[in-house]
Design a protein around this ligand. Structure first.
Ligand code: ARG
Length: 271
């Protein structure tokens, strides 16, 4: 096994100051279960500290009252090579988040492409640097027409993958880019045809099982060496360490009530 070397990243996060579960737009959200916002903030702070301690740069968006899911900043855009393809949220409860992200990028001089089709940013798009291509999910949130729009905006090929299990409603809970050329995914989250496409493109992929995926194990961020993964996903963390990666765990139990974990809280900025 060759030693892994990390590549520092720039990330965009949003403190869950206004996090609650006051509507249910995915099967994990239960409006009758209490949410402790203070706990979610302290768990999120632990995540932000972990990323900084690993040597990454953490930028933050100002949280806004009335947008309880803003903490899931992965959904706000998808950037590749200095260009940002903006988001357009599926549900009205989150639609105002897109403009907050757009403003953030525009103020910092990014080339920003406004989408015409529904898409939830890095929730449904993943970039594989060594292949120069993006993988994209559809079936629950992102409109498949956004995939070709993103290809045109970002000048990269986009491979469409159909998600079929409502528990895994975004690509980033079913598939992760683990280093510049390797992915890990749960086949059962995808249609038969998409499973074949993934097998063909990534024969060396690390396969996760249903238990790993239900523990939000695939909802991780990697810097090619360290994998920041939630504490519940012990089985997947073991598999990744066998594959030569170094798992760094963070407890995000409170945010799980919103249907997300580590990756959902992080947008990667690719200059
Ligand atoms: N409650 C949010 C929603 O349903 C969770 C988003 C999770 N984000 C992600 N990138 N998977 O939209």
């Amino acid at each position: 096994m060759t030693a892994k070397s990390m590549r520092p990243r720039e990330y965009l996060l949003c403190r869950p100051e206004h996090f609650t579960v006051e509507y249910a737009i995915n099967p994990w959200m239960d409006t009758t279960k209490p949410v402790d916002t203070d706990t979610s903030v302290s768990q999120w702070e632990q995540l932000a500290t972990t990323l900084k301690d690993l040597g990454h740069t953490v930028h933050t968006l100002e949280p806004e009252a009335g947008l309880p899911d803003m903490v899931f900043s992965a959904n706000g855009a998808f950037s590749v090579n200095g260009t940002v393809y903006g988001a357009r949220f599926r549900y009205p409860q989150r639609q105002a988040e897109a403009a907050v992200h757009e403003k953030w990028y525009r103020e910092r001089g990014w080339r920003f492409v406004t989408p015409t089709h529904t898409n939830e940013g890095e929730g449904d798009f993943a970039y594989v640097p060594d292949r120069g291509l993006a993988l994209a999910g559809y079936g629950f949130r992102t409109d498949v027409r956004a995939h070709s729009e993103a290809a045109e905006a970002l000048h990269v090929p986009v491979v469409s993958l159909k998600l079929v299990d409502p528990r895994f409603y975004h690509l980033d809970v079913a598939l992760t880019v683990i280093d510049d050329s390797t992915i890990a995914y749960y086949p059962g989250a995808f249609s038969q045809a998409s499973q074949e496409i993934l097998r063909h493109l990534f024969p060396e992929a690390i396969l996760a099982d249903e238990e790993d995926t239900l523990a939000f194990g695939l909802n991780l961020v990697s810097d090619n060496k360290h994998v920041v993964i939630n504490t519940e996903a012990t089985q997947l963390a073991d598999k990744l360490s066998t594959a030569g990666f170094t798992p760094v765990t963070v407890n995000l139990s409170e945010l799980k009530k919103g249907g997300g974990s580590v990756k959902c809280c992080i947008a990667e900025l690719r200059q």
